[in-house]
Design a protein around this ligand. Structure first.
Ligand SMILES: N[C@@H](CCC[C@H](N)C(=O)O)C(=O)O
Length: 276
């Protein structure tokens, strides 16, 4: 089966995007792992599959697979690339696009200069919903890992995140604590782990060790989770500029029960065809 695809990225978090609206595609975890290989395949952090919606009030459904083949609930940078993709492939001419994800929905607003604004929905903070093992909801939790105790916030943006505050992201133990916390038993479905340095009340620096992909150049849901965690800890204002290794995202969160908004770029790199 010969399949057309587009290679895209959001601040260096890169994607293979496949139109499953106008072509037939069968994706399995094994195929995703093969395609994600940066030496033997296309190479990407996530594969995005654009499908017809299952509900009449939605424009599309979009499925997300991590490089390790696991299917996940949400992807912020992917949502922006998805928005540009449906416009560039003329699957939609709308500036406001409603999309179903594995655990909810997102609304995308296409802006000039390849910028996309995304309504990411309200964060979930109840431990059982994240999921995170704790007796009751708290702003931070002490977690034993690698023989030490770390303080983290647990937030779901549809997908699970743990967020640590560090003095300096450049020297943060992302390579050691990242994988250990990603697979920590208190995150029964694993988690994305963010390391946040607060620059001031309107600016943070962030590195994210992503579940199923390792450290990426940017993580959209990770940026939203970090701002939510920083706001809950009283460290940040409503609008925050998030500096990631691949570039900047603007995140806005008015507070509990309200949706998080994320604005940033989406870039097309090339188009191709591959036998699956
Ligand atoms: N890169 C993404 C998040 C992709 C999914 C994540 N690795 C997970 O397993 O939840 C983003 O930009 O949000």
């Amino acid at each position: 089966m010969l399949v057309r695809f587009t290679k895209m990225h959001g601040l260096g978090n890169d994607f293979m995007v496949i139109d499953a609206v106008s072509q037939r595609v069968r994706i399995t975890p094994k195929i995703v792992r093969k395609l994600s290989d940066r030496h033997l395949g296309i190479g990407f952090d996530q594969l995005l599959l654009v499908e017809p919606p299952s509900r009449p009030d939605m424009d599309f459904r979009y499925r997300i697979y991590n490089a390790d083949g696991s299917e996940v609930e949400h992807c912020g940078n992917g949502a922006r690339c998805f928005g540009r993709f449906v416009r560039e492939r003329r699957l939609s001419i709308k500036d406001e696009i409603h999309v179903e994800t594995a655990r909810g929905q997102a609304v995308l607003y296409l802006l000039p200069d390849r910028q996309v604004d995304v309504d990411m929905g309200a964060p979930e903070l109840q431990p059982a919903e994240i999921p995170f093992q704790a007796d009751q909801q708290a702003v931070t939790y002490s977690v034993e890992v690698n023989g030490e105790s770390v303080e983290l916030s647990a937030v779901s943006m549809g997908n699970p995140h743990g967020v640590l505050v560090v003095d300096n992201v450049d020297s943060a133990p992302v390579e050691t604590l990242g994988p250990a916390l990603e697979a920590h038993p208190r995150f029964p479905q694993k988690a994305n782990i963010g390391f946040m340095q607060v620059v001031n009340r309107g600016e943070i620096r962030l590195r994210v060790y992503e579940r199923g992909a390792g450290e990426t150049l940017a993580c959209g849901t990770g940026a939203c989770a970090a701002v939510v965690a920083g706001r809950l800890r009283g460290l940040l204002d409503e609008e925050v500029l998030v500096h990631l290794p691949g570039g900047d995202l603007r995140i806005r969160w008015p507070g509990e029960g309200k949706a998080v908004r994320m604005t940033g770029p989406a870039t097309t790199v090339f188009e191709g065809q591959i036998y699956l």
